[in-house]
Each structure stands twice: as structure tokens, then as C-alpha cells.
Design a protein around this ligand. Structure first.
Ligand code: SAM
Length: 378
């Protein structure tokens, strides 16, 4: 089974784990009891991680500064992998991949075509959710890197077929003699694909679209999504989609934002007036104190007088506009309103998503319709 789809409790030797150092620093590491994972927060021996439950915090004291450093040990998921994978290309991030899968109706019975494979970010997400993924990559080194990675992660054993291919030129049909992870016996003479969903992350998707009719499912509705960074590409894609019978075309752009919700104190005009009165009173007290100190004789008397005045000056009360004693957010003695703040950055790709659908067989199956009607009518 793939280490991305099975659930495990305890970290074992040889397993891929994701070490969470911080939100922007998640590192994939294969456990080897002889190795150490080094960070600026300390060095973590793999032997101290192996045998611990997933989710554990692993801590060390640094020798030099005598400070406590820690990491969390997490089981790989496609979402965490997207954050930690080695980038070989631009990748598709989770806000986009989750939306695309939902729009393409992906589920456990879906058969997906994906081109190009790139860094394999989306391939991992597809692999967890669908029955079968056919992924294509024409760059030889990237194909080999993806092959090794998918093999290590158990994806090729489970439900992913990776093929070295220029899909714009040669289409998607897998034949005997192709460079592919597909076992020989499944290839001859040509592999039936029957894709129910297609995702094209290519510079020229319009050259690949004409090849799709040979490999999509002949029954039911098939979904297609093209991921393109510029509107001229979208325009060219639309033209070819329409020409080849793809309908219900829609273009979408994902703008990922993370909102932080919190309460903000409601401040009134009286609050502002009280604040101004407080400033005036304190100013007056300061002037009087300085005067009394000057009138006194000798430095000792000055210090004594200053200490006496400081003791009688009350501590700054709550100030809704800045300095002063602090109030806990939500304190029931004050009025609050709910507000949100946009967090600075969320990783998402600013590309346009063009969706379209196709139904190959439009004949009416009367028996099927009768059965459905009968089941509805009880
Ligand atoms: N979706 C991928 C991910 O989430 O990691 C990233 C895909 S990357 C942006 C595009 C990939 O398509 C590149 O690796 C490129 O080599 C590959 N590619 C470009 N044209 C291709 C073609 N005609 N056939 C197959 N692969 C192609």
C-alpha cells in the first residue's frame, strides 16, 4: 500500500515521515536509525523518532545555547507533501487541486488522465481519491525522477501509471514498446483507458485536446480541466474545446485567502474624552512633582519626594487607544464586535481553470430509464 493512503500509528525504520519544523518548513525524511536530522533548532537522531507515535513532539536541548528545540513527526498526506516536496516545476497547490477534483466529480470510481506530471504534487492528491491515475510527462529526467518518487511512495504499485510521452504530439494511448510503468501484459496491444476526468497542466493544451476522444469513457459524463496562466491560452483552449464537442465550458480563477477571525473592542466617544482628561491630569501631576522637587533642599530630599509622588500616582488604567493596563480579548466588561483579518500569504497558483464536459454516447437507454423511474416511484 502507498504510505499516503494507509494509516499508521508508530514510526518505523525505513518509513517516509514529514518533520514539521515550522509552517513554512516541513521536511520529508526517510527514517534510518544511523542518521540525524539537523536543523537550526537542534539535531534530532532518527533513533529518537523511530518507535514514537505519529503526531509526537520530539524535543532536544541544544548543547551550545542550552535551549529546548522541537519538531513534530507527521504521517505523509498529499496536502503536506505539496508543502514539502522537491520542486522540479511549478506545482498545483491544494486550494486548486481540491476545487478541481470536486468540479470534475472525482471519486473512488474515477479514472483520471493527468498531463504533465511535473513535480507530482497533483498526482499524489488524485492517487488518494480516485480509482486510477494515468500521468504523462515528456521531459525525460522529470519522468525518471517522478518514477523513482512514485515507486518509493508505493503509488505505482497501487493505482498510478506513469508514461514518458509528448501528449500533444502522440496522444494518450499506451502501447507496447512505450516507456511506461504499466506492466507489459496490460499494454498489449493498446491499453484501454476510459478516463472519466482529465486534467491538463501543459503550455499548449489545445494540441492535446484532439487526442482525448480515443481515451475517454464512452459512457457517462467526462470532465476536462485545463490549467493556464494567461488569458490568451484560455482563448485558444476554448476554441479547440468547442470544435471537439466539449460543452458547458466555464472559466474560473482561484484566489486563495486565509481569514483570521477575532474580536475588536467597540470604542465610544466617551472613551476618547476620558482618555484626553487622563492625559491632562497626568501632565499636571508631573509639573507639580517637578516643582516640589526643585523647592526641596539637597539631592536626597529630591529623591525622597520623587519616590513619594510616584507611590501616590495611580497605575495607568485601561486605555482603549494604546498604552495602559491590558484587557483580555472578549472581556465581558467591554463591548466587542467580530472582525476578520486577511493573512498575508497563502500558497496558491494564479492560473485560470477552464472546465468543460463531454458525453460520448447520447442514445437513450430505455430499460435503464424505466428502472430509474420505477425506483423513484417506489
Ligand atoms: N501539475 C504538476 C504538479 O502539480 O506538480 C505540475 C505540472 S508542470 C507545470 C508541467 C509539466 O508538463 C512539466 O513537467 C513539463 O515537462 C510537462 N509537459 C509539457 N508539455 C508536455 C507534453 N506535451 N507532454 C507531456 N508533458 C508535458
Amino acid at each position: 500500500m502507498s504510505c499516503f493512503s494507509e494509516y499508521r500509528d508508530i514510526v518505523q525504520e525505513g518509513e517516509l515521515v514529514l518533520l514539521w519544523v515550522s509552517r513554512d518548513n516541513i521536511r520529508p525524511v526517510v527514517m534510518d536509525h544511523k542518521e540525524t536530522f539537523n536543523t537550526r533548532y537542534g539535531s534530532f537522531a532518527h533513533a529518537d523518532i523511530i518507535g514514537k507515535p505519529y503526531g509526537s513532539q520530539i524535543g532536544v536541548m541544544t548543547k551550545s545555547s542550552n535551549k529546548f528545540g522541537f519538531v513534530h513527526v507527521l504521517q505523509p498526506t498529499p496536502e503536506l507533501w505539496t508543502h514539502s516536496l522537491p520542486h522540479r516545476t511549478q506545482i498545483v497547490y491544494t486550494p486548486d487541486s481540491s476545487y478541481i477534483m470536486q468540479r470534475l466529480n472525482c471519486g473512488p470510481r474515477s479514472v483520471v488522465i493527468e498531463a504533465g506530471t511535473g513535480s507530482g504534487s497533483f498526482s499524489h492528491a488524485f492517487a488518494r481519491s480516485v480509482q486510477k491515475v494515468y500521468s504523462y510527462e515528456f521531459h525525460e529526467v522529470r519522468y525518471q525522477q517522478a518514477f523513482k518518487e512514485f515507486e518509493d511512495h508505493g503509488l505505482l504499485r497501487e493505482n498510478v501509471t506513469l508514461t514518458h510521452r509528448d501528449v500533444c504530439q502522440d496522444g494518450f494511448t499506451i502501447k507496447d514498446g512505450d516507456t511506461t510503468s504499466m506492466p507489459l501484459q496490460e499494454r498489449e496491444p493498446t491499453a484501454e483507458i476510459g478516463a472519466t476526468a482529465i486534467f491538463l497542466d501543459l503550455p499548449a493544451p489545445w494540441d492535446a485536446i484532439p487526442h482525448l476522444s480515443k481515451v475517454i469513457a464512452q459512457e457517462g459524463k467526462v470532465g476536462l480541466c485545463c490549467f493556464s496562466p494567461c488569458i490568451e491560452q484560455v482563448d485558444k483552449t476554448l476554441e479547440v474545446m468547442e470544435k471537439h464537442g466539449w460543452i458547458n465550458v466555464q472559466m474560473v480563477e482561484i484566489q486563495g485567502r486565509r481569514y483570521e477571525s477575532r474580536r475588536q473592542m467597540v470604542r465610544t466617544l466617551d472613551d476618547a474624552l476620558n482618555r484626553l482628561r487622563d492625559i491632562k491630569r497626568r501632565k499636571l501631576e508631573g509639573t507639580e512633582r517637578r516643582q516640589r522637587a526643585l523647592e526641596a533642599v539637597g539631592p536626597e530630599a529630591v529623591a525622597e519626594e520623587m519616590a513619594r509622588v510616584r507611590a501616590v500616582t495611580e497605575k495607568s488604567k485601561f486605555n482603549p487607544f494604546g498604552k495602559g493596563s491590558r484587557v483580555k480579548e472578549g472581556d465581558e466588561h467591554y463591548t466587542w464586535k467580530q472582525v476578520t483579518k486577511v493573512e498575508a500569504e497563502i500558497k496558491s497558483h494564479t492560473s485560470y481553470l477552464t472546465f468543460a464536459f463531454k458525453v460520448m454516447d447520447r442514445t437513450r437507454d430505455s430499460d435503464k430509464v424505466d428502472k430509474i423511474l420505477a425506483s423513484i416511484n417506489g
